[in-house]
Each structure stands twice: as C-alpha cells, then as structure tokens.
Ligand binder design. Sequence first.
Ligand SMILES: NC(=O)c1ccc[n+]([C@@H]2O[C@H](COP(=O)([O-])OP(=O)(O)OC[C@H]3O[C@@H](n4cnc5c(N)ncnc54)[C@H](O)[C@@H]3O)[C@@H](O)[C@H]2O)c1
Length: 303
Amino acid sequence: MRCVVTGGAGFIGSNLALELERLRNQVIVIDTFLKGNRKNLEGFKGEIIEGDESKLSDIKEKIDVIFHLGAITDTTITNKEEMFRNNVDDFKLVLDFCKKNNCKLIYASSAAIYGDGESPMKEDDEPRSLNAYAESKLEMEKMAKQAFKGNTLVGLRYFNVFGPREHFKGKMASMIYKLARQMRAGKNPRIFKYGEQKRDHVYVKDVVKATIKALTYPDFGVFNVGTGKATSFNEIIKFLNEALGTSYEPEYFDNPYKRAYQDLTMADMSKSEKNLGFKAEYTVKEGIKDYINWLNNTGWYGE
Ligand SMILES: NC(=O)c1ccc[n+]([C@@H]2O[C@H](COP(=O)([O-])OP(=O)(O)OC[C@H]3O[C@@H](n4cnc5c(N)ncnc54)[C@H](O)[C@@H]3O)[C@@H](O)[C@H]2O)c1
C-alpha cells in the first residue's frame, strides 16, 4: 500500500508512519514542522515533505490512503480564524485530493468534541465543543460527511493519547509525560486539587493499531479511540511511582480553568469494537510501564 501521513513528524503521526513502514507499506510524510520534529522519524526511510496539504498535488505516484493527522493541536489557542485556516481549510485540500484520486481517508478527529458531556461518551452524543480546536474538529467531521462518495472515510475521535515521541508537543504533551518528567527530576508531581478528575488515557501503540484497523471499514464513519476506562490523576501518579521505582506524593494546586474543564472523559467503545474490531490491548498501567522503559532507554525526558 502507498500511504501519505500528514502530521507525520508529530507525536501520533510519527508512530503511525514508522509502524506502516514496518508493515512494509510505502509511506510519504507531509508535515509543516509547526510542532513535529525530524528526530521523531529517526529510522524512517520514506519521503518527508515539508509543508501543508497543498503539497499533495506534488505527489505523482498513485496513493491508496491518506492518514490525515496534521493539525494545530493546541487547545488553548483562542484565535478561531487561525485554527480554522490550518485545520479546516487544509482538510478541504485532503478531501479534494481523495475525491480526485479515489483514495481512502482516515483522519484524526478528537474526543474534545464531547467537551463536558456525559460519560461514557458515545459517537452520536450531542457535541459540546469548549474551544476553537474542538470546533475545528467538529467542522471537519461535517465536511467529511458531505464529501463522502463511497470509499472508506473514517474519522477517529482519539481520547487522551500518551506514549513515545510526544516530547515536541511541549505544553500540549500528555499529563503522563509531564508528571513523569517532574518525578524523574526529583520533584513531587503537581496536579489540580484533589487529583480525582478522570481521563480515558490511551497508549499510542493502541492508537496506531486502531488507526490502521480503520482501513478495513468500507464506509463513512466516526469512531472513538480510547480504552473505555477512566483513570484518575492520583492513580496515574501511583502507576508512575511503580514504573519509576519512586514514592512521590502528589502536590495539589487550584485548577485555574474551572469553567472549561472536563472532570471525566471516558469513551464508549462499543461502536469501535463492533465495526473496527478494535479493543485497546494496553491498560493504562501497562502502557505507562512500557513508556517509562522507552523513556529510560532513549533518555527522552528532555531535561
Ligand atoms: N494526542 C492526543 O491526545 C490527541 C487527542 C485527540 C486528537 N488528536 C489529533 O491527532 C492528530 C495528531 O496529534 P498529535 O498529538 O500527534 O499532535 P502533534 O502536534 O504532535 O502532531 C501534529 C503534527 O501536525 C503538524 N501540522 C500542523 N498543521 C499541519 C498541516 N496543516 N499540514 C501538515 N502538518 C501539519 C505539526 O507540525 C505536527 O507535527 C491531530 O490531528 C490531533 O488533533 C490527538
């Protein structure tokens, strides 16, 4: 299979590009390098194109599938115009390319669409976007639905992804990575009072698996990608202590984002299980153990 991975130098995109290549596919990466870094693609043998989706028109080979992950992923950006110019306008170029070249399209949506909605979160729940990022993802889903012409077109609502190669996301890296770094540096991990907020943390290896599995879905669809379980930040610190061999106590501080903060996010995974045959293999505890091993071996704590 010949595939394009947009955002392929970013966190999830680089894990996906490397795995697709390991599975003997031909892979082309397109990335603006707004956040991504070539270091994420060490060992990658395919072509790397620097730029946005307008670069798709430079590709002369027949493409079978586009995995579209390129996006501004900073949820704190309030400039909707900037967000939409990048996330929505560039998605239109991807949809046009897929229509013209009859290729499959798997694109990254987000659990951010659910906002502070009820858990477990189901794909047909009413969206409750809390920021410009979530609004851009919702708009993408609408555009995808309109553009559907019969070939695989799948949106994936990733939940809280963590794992190797997220270092270059900076402040947008997962809480698991940020807490691991604090603890590695000998500090108490800092979390909002009183650490009982829960998230559906999903390991990037499972996310890559789900993204590749989506190719088998022959239709239009939107699916959750999580574990179907929610884990509190207090529990995360416990798992990190176990993996790091430490015994740090959490340090609690006031949550400054009270209005737009989700206390609980958890995916309902029944639609993905039924239609994509996807079920996360890693529990959060196992994912953290695997990730800490990787961080210890590569030294990617970034301090
Ligand atoms: N990490 C998560 O927990 C999570 C959760 C939900 C959804 N997602 C979605 O998954 C995708 C990947 O996220 P990530 O966590 O790897 O973030 P990331 O910021 O590491 O990766 C995004 C990459 O896209 C690049 N990029 C930005 N705009 C681009 C454009 N127009 N064309 C090509 N490249 C562009 C950036 O340089 C970056 O390398 C994004 O679409 C994001 O919205 C991620």
